[in-house]
Ligand binder design. Structure first.
Ligand code: NI
Length: 258
């Protein structure tokens, strides 16, 4: 079965047919979706999805673009949402130096604050990092590494850095970009790190894989990501699918029968 470790079904792109899309996923082989909060409303929506749908789980956190809103009251609300039974991670949190919506110092402080929360509530993290590879890595090493684990979402760094993350217990999130012609570095990452440390994700509605590149993404299209990962590793897609499912279950501690 397919597992999506990073989706945004609260985004406006799904306003017209959200229910329809979500209820169609099971028939397309999707067994589990983690909706990831980026804004305060996104975190609230993630928790609401987890309540409403058996197959959905929540990650709660504030994306670097939105951390201007991260005051004490919001931290307290995140802490409460983190305590709910179907909240499996703190995320997405991190640094975004591409858009630089918030001053970098504000981004760093909010990132660290949310890392401390993850440790306090003992949940893995889901990390967003864009054009900020070294600072992200340094902050994770200084404030989190080796504690509750997590996923480096939409990984876009080097093979060497991926190996360093793996050494420190993190998982590498791989989505549609691995099917892109210009996704060469990510293809190499997939070839060179242990398959047991890769997890599948969409970041939907964004980053649909080839042959749907540019269209709206959804969790069922992870099928194409699994096919590409299997091809890069030279194993049958069915085998890759099973391993990738187990990886996500273990990083988010969602093992069956618990
Ligand atoms: Ni995202």
């Amino acid at each position: 079965m397919i597992i999506d470790t990073h989706a945004h079904y609260d985004e406006h792109a799904f306003d017209a047919d959200r229910e329809e899309v979500l209820s169609s996923l099971a028939a397309k082989g999707v067994g589990c979706v983690v909706n990831v909060g980026a804004s305060p409303d996104g975190a609230r929506a993630s928790v609401a999805f987890a309540k409403k749908y058996d197959f959905m789980y929540a990650a709660v956190g504030i994306h670097p673009d939105d951390v201007g809103a991260l005051d004490d009251a919001l931290m307290e609300e995140l802490r409460e949402m983190a305590g709910l039974p179907k909240t499996v991670a703190i995320g997405e949190i991190g640094l975004d130096y591409y858009w630089d919506v918030q001053p970098r110092q504000v981004q760093k402080e909010a990132f660290i604050r949310q890392l401390e929360l993850a440790k306090e509530v003992d949940l893995p993290i889901n990390v967003h990092s864009r054009d900020a590879a070294q600072d992200t890595f340094d902050i994770l090493c200084a404030h989190h590494a080796g504690t509750t684990g997590g996923i480096i979402h939409c990984y876009s760094g080097s093979v060497e850095m991926a190996k360093e993350y793996v050494k420190r217990g993190y998982y590498i999130g791989v989505g549609g970009v691995v099917t892109f012609k210009n996704g060469k570095t990510l293809k190499n990452v997939v070839r060179e790190i242990p398959l047991e440390r890769i997890v599948t994700e969409t970041d939907c509605p964004y980053l649909a894989p080839v042959p749907f590149r540019g269209k709206r993404n959804d969790s069922s299209l992870i099928r194409y990501v699994i096919d590409e990962i299997a091809a890069l590793r030279g194993i049958p897609a069915g085998e890759a699918e099973e391993i990738l499912w187990n990886n996500a279950m273990s990083v988010y501690r969602m093992g069956t029968g618990e």
